[in-house]
Design a binder for this molecule. Structure first.
Ligand code: OVV
Length: 377
């Protein structure tokens, strides 16, 4: 975050000469960019790779890496699959798992908040909800890590997650077929759109791939960041315990303060002026949600974690037509875990050095040693 402030001080649009792209960090300009999909397109990729000149690392996503009107067709399908009624159907199963896992962890007291909770919970409930095979699920985290690392420069992080990725990619693709999915899950519901004539069979498979790309690492980091926030700010934890109804809005403050997805790219479709800066056609813009969420021009006391603040308009789920389509799943997972922790845990204490998990686009931890102080009876 100090680095963001150093770059922000240079101006509203900063050319990163080393990567030949333009960074946008301020809330107002970022909103402008994300609203104007006709000028700031996703169709040339939302990573640094510019599809006008270089091929994508995988067949491009048919929802993330397309603009309207094509985007609207696939968006409508996932909007329905991930709708509020669909969430209400999942809630019970998700709640049972959250209660069971938190009880088990409270009994152990000393846990790794990332491995034992932030990873375990989404990796259980989400693939179950999608209707995935039980075998090979360890590929999910590897694939998500790769997909997010692939949005940025081809650095050591990208290269490391590409090591041995052929098998990971092959497993993911094999799970995206209709017959690989249980008949009652979110995956099957994507294929129901084929039966309604909204997309074809191959497109449905690609949309299942989108679920698997975007649904795992994001929620793991989101949950891990939630734990990290409340463990660092015990006054906010006590406030949540006193007022558990704040759990839903606390999620927005977690995403503002310590988001899971820090940045994506857009590509200009024409020469354009942004905040007085001229940007040529077909250039890459780095859109920095995590920086806009700390913009002092937008947020009073931006570096303070405050679950009672008005977080309206935060960019933790992006903004505009591409705003996170799975956000209700993410909210459900974090809400249920926080609710259980509020019930069962009195104090969250960091007992060892937190370890960052570096990723080109994601912000999160690899390890967070925690002591869960149980509620006194
Ligand atoms: C890495 C990522 C984020 C969001 C969506 C997708 C991928 C996709 O494959 O659609």
């Amino acid at each position: 975050f100090p680095a963001y402030e150093a770059v922000r001080a240079l101006g509203p649009v900063v050319k990163l000469t080393r990567y030949n792209c333009y960074a946008v960090l301020d809330f107002q300009e970022l909103g402008q960019v994300l609203e104007d999909w006709g000028t700031y397109s996703s169709a040339a990729g939302v990573g640094l790779i510019n599809f006008h000149t270089d091929p994508p690392w995988r067949p491009k996503s048919i929802i993330l890496e397309v603009d309207p009107p094509e985007h609207n067709v696939t968006r409508r399908v996932l909007n329905r699959v991930l709708s509020r009624p669909a969430m209400e159907k999942m809630r019970q199963a998700f709640a049972v798992e959250a209660a069971a896992l938190v009880s088990e962890l409270v009994a152990r007291q000393s846990i790794d908040g990332i491995r034992d909770l932030a990873e375990l919970y989404p990796l259980k409930v989400f693939p179950d909800a999608v209707g995935l095979n039980k075998v090979g699920r360890d590929n999910l985290l590897k694939y998500g890590t790769l997909a997010f690392n692939a949005t940025c420069p081809r650095n050591h992080l990208f290269e490391e997650s590409m090591q041995g990725a052929d098998e990971v990619i092959a497993w993911i693709m094999s799970q995206c077929e209709r017959q690989a999915l249980t008949p009652d899950g979110l995956g099957a519901q994507v294929f129901a759109a084929v039966d309604r004539g909204e997309v074809n069979e191959a497109e449905a498979g690609m949309l299942v791939r989108s679920l698997l790309s975007a649904g795992v690492d994001t929620t793991i980091n989101g949950l891990g960041n939630a734990l990290y926030c409340f463990a660092r700010f015990p006054d906010q934890w006590q406030l949540l315990k006193a007022r558990p109804e704040l759990a839903r809005s606390a999620i927005d403050e977690i995403l503002r303060y310590e988001g899971a997805v820090m940045n994506f790219f857009r590509t200009t479709t024409r020469e354009v002026e942004l905040a007085g800066c001229r940007i040529p056609k077909h250039e890459k813009l780095l859109v920095m949600f995590g920086a806009a969420n700390r913009d002092p021009k937008r947020w009073p006391d931006a570096d303070r974690f405050d679950i009672t603040r008005d977080t309206k308009g935060h960019m933790g789920f992006g903004s505009g037509v591409h705003m996170c389509v799975g956000q209700m799943v993410a909210r459900l997972e974090v809400e249920l875990i926080l609710t259980e922790l509020v019930k069962q845990v009195d104090t969250l204490e960091i007992t060892g050095p937190p370890v960052r998990r570096l990723n080109n686009a994601l912000r999160g931890l690899a390890s967070l040693p925690l002591r869960l102080g149980p509620e006194s009876p």
